[in-house]
Design a protein. Structure first.
Length: 280
């Protein structure tokens, strides 16, 4: 059994045992696990990262590691990586973006890469994108993958005048409710009371229900030009979410559906990156 699967089995057991004592504690524990990247991925500093200006930031008392390239360029772009990912996995985008005249900014999210912290949720990631926009922006464009794509879409939808911006979304986590339901199924959490306490954490932390954290919900407020790229065989963020939004015919979103790239190769594919360059 792989180590990660072994850890998941232990966590399932923990939730079941807690449920025997307290449904609330079991639900709260399940939510903390949902927000915790298993096996934090660290990385070595590569030549491209070494060429960047190093940035540091304290966010919610958590130290974050950041990078900036091409400081002072005429345009600015922010990159937001996905869950259990980090900035280094997107370094191949830097030459493309600087060639397009962008100053590029990227931070490892809390609990990711070389940043501190143990947990991250959609509330905090969205707030972080908004905070980076105030501190280092304004940005002319945003690039987000998976969980980072959701955070970018939610944050940008709250910006006044966002119609002037561009966004590239690689396989965004469009539906947080679906992700949560998938997690609870994977962790075999079937007790209605435990599930209720799981969801209550979202309202306690944000004052909103989980359905608020969806791209479909924020579409009326999202006027930016969007390039949405999703693979038909994505097993992490199902393509059906992208198709549901496409069928609403949003005039500002251009959809590209690929075949066989999955969830992670999609932002490395040469043909895809050529379309991204043309869009930006």
């Amino acid at each position: 059994m792989k180590l990660q699967n072994f850890i998941k089995e232990l966590l399932k057991t923990r939730i079941r045992l807690l449920a025997l004592v307290s449904k609330e504690k079991a639900g709260n524990s399940a939510f903390r696990i949902f927000c915790t990247p298993l096996g934090k991925a660290r990385y070595a500093i590569t030549p491209i990262l070494r060429s960047a200006e190093n940035l540091s930031l304290s966010f919610n008392q958590v130290p974050l590691k950041g990078y900036r390239w091409n400081n002072g360029a005429g345009k600015k772009v922010l990159i937001a990586h996905g869950f259990r990912s980090h900035t280094q996995r997107f370094e191949h985008l830097i030459p493309l973006l600087t060639a397009k005249g962008y100053e590029v900014l990227a931070f490892d999210a809390p609990a990711h890469g070389l940043s501190g912290g143990k947990q991250i949720n959609a509330i905090d990631y969205t707030t972080l994108v908004a905070h980076l926009t105030v501190r280092y922006g304004p940005f002319d464009a945003y690039i987000g993958h998976s969980f980072g794509g959701l955070a970018v879409a939610l944050a940008v939808s709250e910006l006044p005048g966002n119609a002037a911006l561009k966004m590239v979304l690689f396989a965004p986590a469009a539906d947080t409710e679906g992700l949560a339901a998938g997690f609870l199924k994977q962790m075999e959490v079937t007790d209605p009371a435990v599930r209720l306490h799981f969801y209550n954490n979202v309202e306690r932390l944000s004052g909103k229900t989980l359905s608020w954290f969806s791209i479909k919900r924020c579409l009326p407020h999202l006027k930016s030009a969007v390039l949405w790229i999703h693979d038909e065989e994505d097993r992490i963020t199902p393509v059906k979410e992208a198709r549901e939004i496409r069928d609403l015919h949003p005039s500002n979103i251009r959809f590209i559906f690929t075949q066989g790239l999955g969830h992670s190769s999609i932002y490395r594919d040469t043909a895809v990156l050529q379309q991204v360059a043309e869009f930006l």
